[in-house]
Design a protein around this ligand. Structure first.
Ligand SMILES: [Zn+2]
Length: 281
């Protein structure tokens, strides 16, 4: 089952139309840490309040993001870590993806990227002048030389390779424990997505693939990727790991001997699709 788009519930806007209410969402970041309150059973939520002042958090910038289920959403940057309410704490966003509501996690990623873009584009990358924020789009324009900069989005591909009903799973040296996933990598300048799929798989595990088909995509804000998912068929070659990024790889049918990626990742969405299609019989 592919995920339903958040855009059925979320309407992006630059200008606020409706007034704030008590359920206004505040995505408050200190560096890459999101302000959350613990509910129970390991569940966390972001604070809701009519205004950021009510939360007693001094902020350095605030960005309107539109509405989620008809409540306003704001991204807020703070350098303060002093909290008066001890049910709240700042947690790295990456550590929260199994605990936050999926829509809130996705919008937290958007909020983080807007804040980081605002913070890192204060000065023109060409002439060093102070930039102006453009209206109605995420853009910064230099009043001196006219250079415009937009938020950086770095596409990456992630591919399930299938051979005789088995899936290629690999352990990346940065993964914890015995976690395995499918092969991923960043798109290089001048490359199509399909060329990137072929290159990454060839570089990391030494095999060739064919019949590359688009699956779905997922924004991945660590720090600014867009993961584009594919499914491909094995064509030729023997698995030979690069030893630099990938330290183990193999063909799997039963996946219960390895640890899988988080439920919210596109990697897991593709792996679950594979299990449903190939392992239910
Ligand atoms: Zn400039």
């Amino acid at each position: 089952m592919k995920r339903e788009s958040i855009y059925k519930r979320y309407i992006p806007k630059f200008q606020q139309v409706i007034a704030n209410d008590d359920n206004t969402y505040w995505f408050i970041f200190n560096s890459d840490k999101l302000l959350v309150k613990t509910i129970d059973n390991n569940e966390v939520a972001i604070p809701t309040a009519i205004s950021v002042e009510e939360l007693n958090i001094p902020f350095t910038s605030i960005h309107y993001m539109g509405t989620l289920n008809e409540h306003n959403c704001y991204a807020v940057n703070t350098s303060s870590i002093e909290l008066q309410d001890n049910s709240m704490s700042f947690k790295p966003l990456k550590s929260l993806y199994d605990y936050l509501d999926e829509d809130i996690f996705l919008l937290s990623g958007k909020a983080l990227q807007i804040i980081k873009w605002d913070e890192t584009h204060k000065y023109c990358g060409r002439c060093g002048s102070l930039t102006d924020t453009m209206e109605g789009e995420y853009g910064k324009v230099c009043p001196k030389c006219g250079f415009i900069s937009y938020p950086r989005i770095s596409p990456a591909v992630i591919t399930a390779v299938i051979k005789d009903g088995q899936i290629l799973m690999a352990h990346n040296k940065s993964f914890p424990g015995n976690r395995h996933s499918i092969i991923a990598g960043f798109v290089e300048p001048g490359e199509t997505l399909e060329e990137c799929v072929r290159r990454e798989i060839s570089e990391e595990v030494g095999i060739k693939v064919k019949n590359i088909k688009y699956f779905s995509s997922q924004p991945w804000p660590f720090p600014n990727s867009l993961m584009v998912g594919f499914v491909a068929e094995y064509e030729s070659g023997e698995i030979c790991v690069d030893g630099k990024e990938i330290t183990k790889a193999g063909w799997f049918k039963e996946l219960d001997t390895i640890e899988l990626p988080s439920k919210m990742s596109i990697a897991r969405e593709i792996i679950d699709w594979y299990r449903e299609k190939y392992c239910s019989k």
